[in-house]
Design a protein around this ligand. Sequence first.
Ligand code: KIV
Ligand code: ZN
Length: 516
Amino acid sequence: MKNDRILIFDTTLRDGEQAPGAALTISEKLEIAQQLAKLGVDIIEAGFPVSSPAQFEATRLCAESIQGPVICGLARANAKDIEAAGKALAVAPKRRIHTFIATSPIHMKHKLKKQPAEVLKMAVEAVGFARSFTDDVEFSPEDACRSEIPFLCEILAAVIEAGATTLNIPDTVGYVLPYEYGRIIAELKEKVRGAEKAIFSTHCHNDLGMAVANSLAGVRNGARQVECTVNGIGERAGNAAMEEIIMAIHTRPDFFKDVQTNIKTTEIFRTSQLVSRRTGFVVQRNKAIVGANAFAHESGIHVDGILKERSTYEIMTPETIGLTGSRMVLGRHSGRAGFADRCKSLGFELSKDEIDAGYAKFTAIADKKKEVFDEDISAIINDEIRVVAQVFSLEYMHVSSGTGTLPTASVKIRTKGEIKLAAAFGDGPVDAAYEAIRQATGVSPQIEDYAIRAITAGTDAQGEATVRIRNGKRSFLGRGVSTDIIEASAKAFIDALNRMAGAEPTERHAETKAEL
Ligand code: KIV
Ligand code: ZN
């Protein structure tokens, strides 16, 4: 039985938004706050109300419209900040004021230019004043991890007495290592007078890449609130990444025996995507939990293992974070077994020969592309196993185009054992290629429709061209796929010509006659 709740305090909209270049509009903040509520976070730090009218309004709107989580506003340890936070939060059914002041010698001397006694007095007064707006008051000794423990003990005991209910221990500059951070939490819990009346919280920055590890060390040592941001965004190297903390606790119940969070893990991926889209911060491909490669297995040995038993190479399932469908991307190192299995799961029932032919084409594509997606495989199979008589086949094509040049194409087409050569100009490279194909094949149907789209993402995606040609009353659709879109277009045209050539001759002539 898990007794202890770990409160998840999301500061994406406050500390996260302080990341250079991450400015969010008020409506974007609301949209993210709504998603955070769906995700099940306990507290949303919606902003720093005194800092700008927009921050005030965003905090006020969250307070007004977000149901479920406690809405929190940040305030320095002065009356003006606290009053602004109190006002912005006034309508929230559950509200918290988070007040802070620096306690490290370096910050007190150079930034605040104040003696410790004065800092302590300001902290106590701030907490007392914040309590006049709400019973839920959090205090942070900024730069706690470079502060002296005896002073931290003194100031934390004093703010508890003044009414602080949460004590947050920020590693403001991301300086400490997990062992140290855990020890600081344990020591404060043990030595601060009245510690049992407050919840200890972690707030770790990632300057040394330790933010998540430090937060987890804090939890192991008695912290029961974790402050974090979605995708780990935040000042400089960012804050502790929420999704990593959640999934570490979720995946290692043996290590985090008695604790649980309220997070609905299946909302993690959606939340990550939303924050990435709205902030414009792309999630790095290899980012733990939510990166595009986080559940992608490529090497033959891994794919083979996963197919036999997922737990061989997967410590959590993609479904847990809300990813549906397989994310197993095939690539150059994927084996034939992986390819055959994927074809099967895509609904293709293939003979051994068909798999061999498909796999040969797959490896050729995988050599050109970093990743081969399901859509690529479907395209390969559809190309490889369809039974269209090859009246025309493209043996060679050269296209030249560019700014200030006349697009030209030359083609070599095999038909009925003969080679036909042609060259042509056109309005663009596709038009030139089509004209050359018309001349080489001697067939000149009307082109009704032409389209090209990327089957998968990225500039190395396969392009799929579709072309509809008309011969009399009948039209024929051709498809072509290639990483080169001109080649895809030519293949589509040849495909359509082959379908036309393979159509019932009587029917074809009848239609043509009827046209005449
Ligand atoms: O990193 C920090 O110290 C902060 C405080 C305002 C809590 O963000
Ligand atoms: Zn911070």
